[in-house]
Design a protein around this ligand. Structure first.
Ligand SMILES: [Zn+2]
Length: 287
């Protein structure tokens, strides 16, 4: 009897001690890596109050809020053009509004020089430019959504397995001419390699784009949108609900490429961020 009581006491003590640690570890498996740099993700603590749940805005745009443990946090996508220094979020609870500040740190991304044989893909003609503008509008519409959803996790499964052929953020030169920085992660693998949805979501756009080739955009909720480019085949339709690790298509070499690979883009509150900050495991070593 006494022994049982002692064991119960020990178990209760262990549980009590284990809870804060579990909560922190839990948060790590739910939240992206905190990297408040241009093209990175800022994880900003908002507080403990439960109701009403907070809404947070960065540069006027709604950002993700969730409560992985005892605190509410905002998960903010920072544009590659963000200036290092003080930044702030507007946080509202019901009718109350406050400002929460955070710091953007500097990061230098390396340069990358690529040679493209198809000169029109580097210097498009007037007709191409019209098409590129229309596709940019469709892509912006897909990436700037905010769907009210509760998110269980912001950790994404690898969308494909292969070799890291280009990291996020590289300052790019095509045929020695400066172009937009690399706003995604390139995973090189043979054409036909399956591409899997990294989380549950809804397909909000598909198409064949001038630069990006065959594309798919998936809305995972609260402004988290992922993009797949240069696909050989698209195996989903606009409006389809997809689940984690469901095949959505195959790796290919369509659009402006130097070889078959998946260009994977991750958008938070309308800004392209480094996909590697959200991955739950590496796409560069097959499990
Ligand atoms: Zn790419």
């Amino acid at each position: 009897m006494m022994l049982t009581t002692r064991i119960t006491a020990i178990v209760l003590t262990c549980l009590y001690l284990a809870f804060p640690a579990l909560a922190a570890e839990d948060a790590m498996n739910i939240l992206p890596k905190d990297s408040p740099v241009p093209g990175g993700v800022a994880v900003v603590t908002l507080g403990t109050l439960d109701s009403p749940p907070p809404k947070a805005y960065y540069q006027g745009k709604r950002v993700i809020t969730l409560k992985p443990a005892e605190h509410w946090v905002a998960v903010v996508g920072l544009p590659l053009s963000a200036k290092p220094g003080p930044a702030s979020l507007k946080v509202t609870r019901g009718t109350a509004s406050t400002s929460v500040s955070f710091e953007i740190k500097a990061k230098d991304y390396p340069a990358q020089y690529l040679t493209i044989k198809n000169k029109r893909q580097v210097n498009p003609n007037a007709e191409d430019m019209k098409r590129i503008q229309a596709e940019k509008q469709r892509s912006d519409d897909a990436r700037n959504r905010f769907t009210e959803t509760e998110l269980d996790t912001l950790r994404l499964q690898p969308p494909a397995y292969g070799r890291r052929s280009s990291a996020f953020g590289l300052r790019r030169f095509f045929n020695k001419q400066p172009r937009n920085p690399h706003a995604g992660l390139d995973i090189a693998a043979p054409a036909g390699t399956p591409i899997l949805s990294p989380a549950d979501g809804t397909v909000v756009e598909t198409g064949h784009y001038f630069f990006n080739g065959n594309v798919v955009f998936i809305d995972h909720g609260q402004g988290l949108v992922t993009m797949y480019c240069h696909m050989q085949a698209i195996d989903v339709n606009k409006g389809d609900k997809v689940s984690t690790r469901q095949p959505i298509g195959k790796i290919g070499a369509t659009g402006r490429v130097t070889g078959p690979h998946l260009h994977w883009g991750v958008t938070l509150n309308g800004n392209s961020v480094d996909p590697e900050l959200l991955l739950s495991s590496s796409p560069f070593s097959k499990p």
